[in-house]
Design a protein around this ligand. Structure first.
Ligand code: AMP
Length: 456
């Protein structure tokens, strides 16, 4: 029997916004969270983090794209705090080399202000470097079950200090035939420990595993309701930069496309405020537009939503935190000014339109740096979103140098995430060219970036 908490149920009503500060995480973690650009916890984080911090065993049903990795890493990093001793205190098992690398990268990112040592173990290459890393002393091991068992049997890993075991994508590990290794691991590690099990699906065999593996677990679940997506008319505009997004927004809001009552979703509080100011200054009257995000007080948010529901306000600019908490539907347009990084938010956002046979449109602005995320969203909703042609009236300005660099850097990060061997085109592939100036007869170094002349 599980005590079940459904993130979606608890998110349906208005409530106080949960922030990362509410979890009593330490300053090192809060700073890393801010650096990563996470503004508010995702539903799975909101549910799982307090429970894991209280020491419960947790069963999490959540897919990639829900923020599940940080949901278990943040409390883990909080608990083991700093480097200690020689042997690992936490073990995270995952089915594939790619996922192991991704989790390891997430530890680097979220643990950047700690001195915690972590090692990624996976097959496909010789174990020498991995063994050397283990011998230096380690706090967290992230591993595929096969490689972990190989190195354990070689005597390279001492497990007696392990006090946390996390199984990520348990369903996939079972599909891939890792059960014998997982059972062996369970036999050799200390019995007194905290266990967390994450799985995208919950078929009977995962249920059985969780019964054997977890003690009095609490179940948390987020479900991606991909079917909503089929009822809404969706489209994508491919845009080169922020400025052209603003121009297109102005065009849509000013009545083209029959814009009656719409929500505009953005990724950050700053962007929300900027767009709000822009629309007020140039496009609409003060009464027509409001903005809501985590920094706005509960009353301001409720007032804005009420005014929007009653039709007094035509445009509501919101971050995802607002999207989750509020019960506003039947809007004519949802505009994703930014693509959400928590992919399930896409489904929540567009679910605000097209209800009960009403006409509804969900329009998403996509830059080259968003293509990676849109591909993942399209996979979740099992649809290819049609690309719309740019209206001629919308001006498309040049992309400023800084903005272009930021986008290319982001694309590099994305490629590194999917391919651990990718070294990065943006930073490393700069080639240095020595030029001897005739007048000086002294060598000077020019650095040429191969993307610097890239055309959109
Ligand atoms: P995951 O489901 O763990 O694979 O995470 C999906 C993506 O969401 C990753 O790119 C994370 O860096 C990002 N992410 C995780 N938590 C948050 C958050 N609270 N806000 C914004 N992005 C997040």
């Amino acid at each position: 029997m599980y005590l079940k908490i459904s993130a979606l149920d608890s998110n349906r009503n208005n409530r106080f916004i949960v922030t990362f500060e509410d979890f009593n995480l330490n300053r090192q973690l809060l700073n890393a969270i801010a650096d990563a650009g996470y503004e508010t916890p995702s539903p799975i984080q909101e549910q799982a983090i307090p429970l894991v911090m209280q020491g419960h065993d947790v069963l999490g049903i959540a897919q990639t794209g829900t923020g599940k990795t940080a949901a278990y890493l943040l409390p883990l990093l909080m608990r083991i705090k700093y480097a200690q001793g020689q042997h690992p205190r936490a073990l995270i098992l995952a089915p594939t080399r790619e996922l192991v690398m991704q989790i390891d990268a997430a530890i680097s990112e979220l643990g950047k202000y700690t001195d915690l040592r972590h090692v990624a173990l996976f097959g496909g290459l010789g174990p020498k470097a991995q063994i050397a890393a283990l011998q230096k002393g380690v706090d967290i091991v992230v591993a595929t079950p096969g490689r972990f068992m190989d190195l354990y049997l070689k005597g390279e890993i001492l497990v007696k200090q392990l006090s946390t075991l996390i199984l990520d994508e348990a369903d996939k590990m079972m599909d891939m035939g890792f059960m014998p290794q997982i059972n062996r691991i369970l036999e050799v590690i200390p019995r007194k420990r905290q266990n967390l099990l994450f799985s995208a699906t919950f078929p009977p065999r995962v249920e059985k595993l969780s019964e054997n593996f977890l003690e009095a677990p609490i179940r948390v679940e987020v479900t991606l309701q991909a079917t909503t997506a089929e009822r809404v008319e969706q489209s994508i505009f491919e845009l080169p930069n922020f400025r052209s997004k603003i121009n297109l927004l102005e065009y849509l809001v000013q009545g083209a496309e029959d814009f009656q009552r719409g929500m505009v979703f953005v990724r950050s509080k700053e962007a929300a405020d900027n767009i709000y100011k822009f629309l007020k200054r140039k496009v609409v009257t003060d009464e027509e537009v409001r903005v809501i995000h985590a920094n706005k007080g509960q009353n301001t948010r409720i007032n804005a939503m009420e005014a929007f529901k009653e039709g007094k306000v035509r445009i509501l600019i919101a971050t995802d935190v607002a999207s989750r908490g509020i019960d506003v539907t039947q809007v004519s347009h949802v505009i994703n000014f930014d693509v959400p990084l928590i992919y399930e938010d896409y489904v929540h956002r567009i679910g605000r339109t097209g209800r009960a046979n009403q006409e509804g449109k969900a329009i998403t602005f996509v830059t080259i740096a968003d293509e990676y995320h849109i591909a993942k969203i399209e996979k979740i909703i099992r649809l290819t979103i049609p690309r719309a042609p740019m209206p001629e009236a919308v001006e498309i300005p040049e992309t400023p140098f800084e903005e272009k660099q930021d986008m290319l850097r982001e694309i590099d990060e994305q490629r590194k995430r999917d391919d651990p061997n990718f070294k990065g085109a943006f930073h490393e592939k700069k080639h240095k060219k020595v030029v001897i100036s005739k007048s000086q007869k002294k060598p000077s170094t020019l650095t040429k970036n191969k993307y610097s002349k890239r055309k959109k």
